[in-house]
Design a protein around this ligand. Structure first.
Ligand code: NDP
Length: 295
């Protein structure tokens, strides 16, 4: 077990600590950052995520509004809630928890959120900025958290080969853009379900970001010795030794710790960072909307 731990909890605590002074600064001008979270339906995992986000708000003195709607809510009703929150000057951030029930068009809802309040960073305006190489806007929380963890571990990315497994608009694609952006300067390969010889692609990489949603897919033998490995995956797998009958597994086989220089754990890796970066986006949104210069 040689790899050093890319400790998401410690890194998230640092990010949250840095936010405290910005929140205090806003408060001197009578501004309290305010995040509104909408959840539709009763998916247990989504409720766990939303509760963790609300708890983070409480920890940091960020105001939160929790809108819980039944699973048979109509799309028109949800649209009404988003539009009302867009109009409220006291609400700085709006997040609609994914996944939405199947009768709703998730992209349509994302497109409706005021881009300046889009703390998930999924609106085409915010993703478009990222494509332009502008990394000072509202950046998707999970890939932003991954970049912060790499910075925390002082991983030199310049000129290094990075492989991102997964090309979703939530994780894989923005992670690839951030790694390739000027300033980070990695050379990036994106791997997806149609990629051939994935193990060979990984073996060439100095940095591997795994975001496929396939438990323990990335094996120790796929890695170059000394690689930096960030495991974004959160997968529930059966485990009869646990009272609840399951445990969480990442996309990376834990044996990878015998080969990698750094490896992020699951849980306790990217998960806490996603929440910390959501808080960071909420504070940034409050600063921007209140005319503060920000960081
Ligand atoms: P998606 O299902 O949207 O995307 C998965 C990606 O992985 C797709 O691009 C898909 O390729 C690719 N993929 C799937 N199977 C394979 C395979 N066998 N070989 C190669 N590529 C494959 O997932 P997300 O991006 O939303 O999430 C990925 C993981 O990250 C999940 O486990 C999720 O729970 C976790 N997650 C964790 C977060 C955190 O805070 N830690 C936050 C968000 C997600 P294709 O495009 O070809 O279909």
């Amino acid at each position: 077990m040689g790899a050093q731990v890319l400790d998401g909890k410690a890194c998230a605590a640092e990010v949250e600590g840095q936010l405290a002074s910005r929140i205090a600064h806003l408060s001197e001008a009578n501004v309290t950052p305010h995040l509104a979270v909408i959840i539709v339906g009763d998916d247990p995992a989504s409720h766990v995520y939303v509760n963790a986000k609300i708890r983070a708000c409480e920890r940091l003195g960020v105001r939160s509004t929790h809108v819980a709607l039944p699973s048979d809510t109509s799309e028109a009703d949800l649209v009404g809630h988003v539009e009302a929150l867009n109009e409220r000057p006291d609400v700085h951030g709006i997040l609609v928890q994914s996944p939405l029930p199947s009768h709703m068009d998730e992209e349509r809802i994302t497109d409706l959120i005021d881009p300046s309040k889009d703390v998930d960073g999924f609106h085409p305006v915010n993703l478009g900025r990222l494509v332009q190489g502008r990394t000072d806007g509202l950046i998707p929380c999970t890939p932003h958290g991954v970049m912060k963890m790499l910075e925390w571990a002082k991983v030199d990315l310049q000129g290094k080969r990075a492989v991102v497994l997964g090309r979703s608009r939530i994780v894989g694609m923005p992670a690839a853009l951030l790694l390739a952006a000027k300033g980070a300067d990695a050379t990036v390969t994106i791997v997806h379900s149609r990629t051939e010889n994935i193990a060979d692609r990984c073996k060439e990489a100095d940095i591997v970001i795994a975001a496929v949603g396939r438990p323990t897919m990335v094996k120790a033998g796929w890695l170059k010795p000394g690689a930096v490995v960030v495991d974004v995956g959160i997968n529930r797998v059966d485990d009869e030794t646990r009272e609840r009958g399951w445990r969480l597994a990442g996309d990376v086989d834990p044996e990878a710790a015998n080969v990698a220089a750094w490896l992020s754990p699951v849980p306790g890796g990217v998960g806490p960072m996603t929440i910390a970066m959501l808080m960071s986006n909420t504070v940034r949104a409050a600063e921007t909307q209140s005319g503060f210069p920000g960081e």
